[in-house]
Design a protein. Structure first.
Length: 195
């Protein structure tokens, strides 16, 4: 399994680089990566991690659709093109997303406690709920998605090291560091688009 985990980590780094660059090809890589991690997390009994990768698979298709629509509207000069630029998260939407997160966290943690032998049900519930929110924010190009990923990646790294998934743990440490720089870059890009 170590080989599959290393391949998954390398492909995930490509995904992260493309995300940092705000490159639409991240979504193609985003379809490949979850397939590997579905297997890795199933074998490691990270059931919510496995489930979130099924979500990532479909969310990547949605992200591709959204970003392709943006690119297409730019080419056609559509007046609605700017609504999908990299933007800042409005506070009112932030509170709605926090409410959705709280419900998702409670639901996922309950499922893991009740129906699985997950070694870290609350940690998995937390990172799964936040990941669902962050992936949606990424598809909609909110700069703050990087801050949510920073929390997810930091907690996930600890969980994976604890379970002996060292290549994946190292990957998530790198993700956490890049999340800081990604936020700064996307924040700047959002500011440039609004002027």
């Amino acid at each position: 399994m170590l080989t599959i985990e290393i391949v998954g980590a390398v492909i995930s780094l490509l995904y992260l680089w493309l995300e940092y660059k705000a490159n639409i090809w991240l979504w193609i890589v985003g379809v490949i990566t979850p397939v590997l991690y579905i297997y890795i997390f199933f074998v490691s009994k990270f059931y919510a991690g496995m489930g979130i990768n099924i979500y990532y698979l479909f969310a990547s298709i949605y992200g591709w659709y959204c970003w392709a629509r943006i690119a297409n509207s730019h080419q056609q000069g559509s007046p609605g093109a700017s609504c999908f630029q990299i933007i800042r998260l409005p506070l009112s939407l932030g509170w709605k997303l926090f409410s959705i997160f709280a419900v998702l966290f409670a639901w996922v943690a309950w499922i893991l406690l009740r129906f699985t032998d997950s070694p870290v049900p609350y940690g998995e519930g937390l990172t799964t709920a936040l990941s669902i929110i962050a992936m949606w924010m990424l598809a909609r190009k909110y700069a703050e998605q990087w801050l949510v990923w920073l929390v997810v990646n930091t907690i996930s790294a600890g969980l994976y090291f604890r379970q002996g998934l060292y290549p994946t743990g190292i990957l998530f440490v790198i993700y956490a560091v890049v999340s800081v720089f990604g936020f700064l870059k996307w924040k700047k890009m959002a500011g440039e688009k609004s002027t």
